[in-house]
Design a binder for this molecule. Structure first.
Ligand code: S3P
Length: 195
């Protein structure tokens, strides 16, 4: 499968090798959590799933937040959880952070990440493949209940995802292959030191 390498570095400068965090973005089903875990193992870094931070801070599931308080409250909680997490990061404990699929679409979240200059990696796949992956995972995703809406949301969000510094196509690749590709791209961009 093709990888659209060579995309412009628009979110973070990626020009040094002292980063102590990287962020994975992408639509639902793009593999942010699985790849994030594999990456964190490969790098020996911590792993944070932002959705789990939101659920822990809110003491309820994402489906419950959407149902009882609506999407705006979920977005507020998501922003707060990321802001808290970014403040806790330290060079002594570098981290891979997986955002939920809608987080990077929020201007406030993009601003938070730009301020701390954390490299952003976009994991991508075609909408219909992402739909199948979500269905196979069986998780209760409030915004993945109807296929046409899912497709439409994907199209609306792509322009924001393209702001990521690194774009990786995931179709036809294993989790470990994608994680290795992320590492290679970070090395090419001098974000990680060569071994
Ligand atoms: C969402 C994606 C979910 C979760 C919430 C909203 C979205 O995360 O944050 O259900 O807006 O795309 P995943 O991308 O990990 O499924």
């Amino acid at each position: 499968m093709s990888s659209r390498s060579g995309s412009k570095q628009r979110n973070a400068p990626l020009a040094h090798n002292t980063v102590h965090a990287i962020v994975l973005i992408g639509f639902m089903g793009s593999g942010k959590t699985c790849v994030g875990l594999a990456l964190s193992r490969a790098l020996g870094w911590m792993f944070h799933d932002l959705d789990l931070h939101v659920e822990a801070q809110q003491r309820r599931t994402i489906a419950d937040i959407f149902r009882d308080s609506g999407e705006p409250e979920f977005r507020r909680a998501e922003h707060e959880a990321l802001s808290t997490l970014l403040k806790e990061l330290s060079p002594d404990s570098p981290a891979v952070i997986a955002l939920g699929g809608g987080a990077f679409v929020q201007p406030g979240v993009r601003k938070l990440l730009a301020q701390v200059e954390i490299p952003v990696i976009w994991l991508d796949a075609p909408a219909d493949e992402l739909w199948v992956r979500c269905a196979q995972q069986g998780a209760d995703r409030p915004l993945a209940r109807e296929q046409n809406q899912f497709r439409q949301l994907y199209e609306e969000r792509r322009k924001h995802y393209t702001e990521a510094g690194i774009h990786i196509e995931t179709t036809g690749k294993t989790i470990d292959q994608i994680a290795q590709e992320v590492v290679q791209r970070l090395r090419m961009n001098h974000v990680l030191k060569e071994k």
